[in-house]
Design a protein around this ligand. Sequence first.
Ligand SMILES: Cc1cc2nc3c(=O)[nH]c(=O)nc-3n(C[C@H](O)[C@H](O)[C@H](O)COP(=O)(O)OP(=O)(O)OC[C@H]3O[C@@H](n4cnc5c(N)ncnc54)[C@H](O)[C@@H]3O)c2cc1C
Length: 390
Amino acid sequence: MSDDERLEAFRADLRGWIELNCPEEMRDGAAGETAICWGGKQWEFDSDAQRVWLERCASKGYTVPTWPKEYGGAGLTRSEEKVFVEEMARANARVPLQSFGIWMLGPALLHFGTHEQKLKYLPPIARGEVRWCQGYSEPGAGSDLANVQTHGADGGDHWVVNGQKIWTSYADKADWIFALVRTDRDAPKHKGISFLLIDMESAGIETRPIRMISGASPFCETFFTDVAVSKDQIVGTENRGWDVAKYLLTHEREMISGGAGGLAGDGRSIGAIISDTMGGLDDTVLRADALRCEIDALAVGLTLERYKDQAEAGQGAGDASAMLKYQGTELNKRRHELMMQAAGSEALTWEDPRGNRAADWLRTKANSIEGGTSEVMLSIVSRRVLGLPG
Ligand SMILES: Cc1cc2nc3c(=O)[nH]c(=O)nc-3n(C[C@H](O)[C@H](O)[C@H](O)COP(=O)(O)OP(=O)(O)OC[C@H]3O[C@@H](n4cnc5c(N)ncnc54)[C@H](O)[C@@H]3O)c2cc1C
């Protein structure tokens, strides 16, 4: 059988499997962020269909299709992954599970973790049993991330962690946190950081949700007071956590750019969304803007695909992820501004059965801050991708 025939056989199998296993209620691929399961001990399923869809996908490794089978994935090749994405979109199937474990920690563990760590931490992520949060930012370490001050003192077989993280998304709903902790205060700032995995139920951890003007609290301040962290919960080498941190960030930025189906949204063109939800694209200026936006989206999407093809399995796009993140997030802001413009004053209603457009639009403003700001992304592109003087 040729490679093409094998791929077509895989497509036919997969199509049949989706037809048989995807519940009708889960065939709403356009469902927003809140409709998708984040997993973890605290997760409450919206419906039986959501639970069943997760269980069925997890049993086939389809929550993390490219991870090796022994760690909970389906072991798909890059070509099979493309078919997988196409077939799920064709069925308009909802993403069964999303999480920081899938997008960020998983790739970092696959690259830097020991076999034992992969066996221990990856399958529960793939099954949606454990939810992770990200402990990177601190009050004095956002864009200057290597300035983290949360400290791990050597306690023999463990570290004693003290300090504070901020903007920890969903820390109050997470079971574990991956955190950057300074374990050598005397080393240069990039050389004294370790990447630690910490159980959120450990004594001495406190999360305080930050309440926004909308009333929602999507992120927290996270405090560590004499938290004992066993030394086998380090990923990579002691004091070399910056390498893990940077690698993880390339995956985070790729994901925010749309690489994991995030900002790319439901895959429909902006023109189709405007026509479907707002009744047409009669305005010629609006139509031209929508077209420009769509052409740019196509260019970002194709560039992302090119980087994915070039990258070795399991590797991210490297520093080019900064370019993808910048373009993807700026584009997403434009898409939402266009949708607001198309809907006019109607878009300002906070409660709308067709979705909360104003809230979605406001949320895009954070896209160019989270995972590294647009200004910092442009600096990375200029220095590390284009090689311009710093
Ligand atoms: C929705 C959301 C969710 C988040 N979730 C998490 C999370 O789960 N975990 C986590 O650890 N963090 C999280 N963050 C934090 C995020 O990573 C930081 O906000 C981001 O890295 C920027 O850091 P800062 O807020 O400290 O801003 P600062 O670094 O203080 O920057 C302030 C401004 O100065 C500019 N600036 C700073 N340095 C430079 C420079 N060298 N050159 C040019 N301009 C510069 C920035 O671009 C920005 O406009 C989240 C943020 C948001 C918005």
